[in-house]
Design a protein. Structure first.
Length: 63
């Protein structure tokens, strides 16, 4: 279990370093605590943030 959490944390840091190069690791830790070690939740959240970042925070379909 500890090893799994470590791997999830490392992958989350990698995702955030790609999506938000300036993002602090503390943010990743906060999100991991909020969502637990569920990797799919972390990926979903990262992808949602990615979409928001590149669409200027607009909802789907809005221009």
């Amino acid at each position: 279990m500890i090893q799994c959490n470590y791997e999830v944390t490392q992958m989350t840091r990698k995702i955030y370093s790609i999506i938000f190069p300036g993002q602090l690791i503390k943010e990743t830790e906060k999100i991991r605590k909020m969502y637990g070690s569920s990797f799919s939740s972390l990926v979903r959240l990262a992808l949602e943030n990615y979409v928001k970042y590149f669409t200027g925070g607009k909802k789907n379909g809005q221009k």
